[in-house]
Design a protein. Structure first.
Length: 75
């Protein structure tokens, strides 16, 4: 898998999460969970794109660790 394929997959992931959150109930439980899930899911793609623009391998690895944290939060 190359970087453009992963960029596409992270975008599709965010869109699928948005659709999922749209199906959550609008109550005191669904709203905060949905908001946090959208923030972390969209952050996966944004941070992956930032990692791809890293100026060094160390910067890439550092930013990629943020991607992993956000993906774990989505789980």
């Amino acid at each position: 898998m190359n970087d453009s394929e992963l960029k596409k997959r992270t975008k599709l992931f965010a869109l699928r999460v948005m659709k999922l959150v749209g199906a959550l109930p609008e109550n005191a439980v669904g709203r905060p969970i949905g908001n946090q899930l959208i923030r972390s899911a969209t952050s996966v793609g944004a941070n992956y794109r930032a990692a791809c623009r890293g100026r060094s391998k160390a910067e890439f690895v550092s930013k990629l660790s943020i991607v992993i944290e956000e993906a774990d939060e989505c789980c």
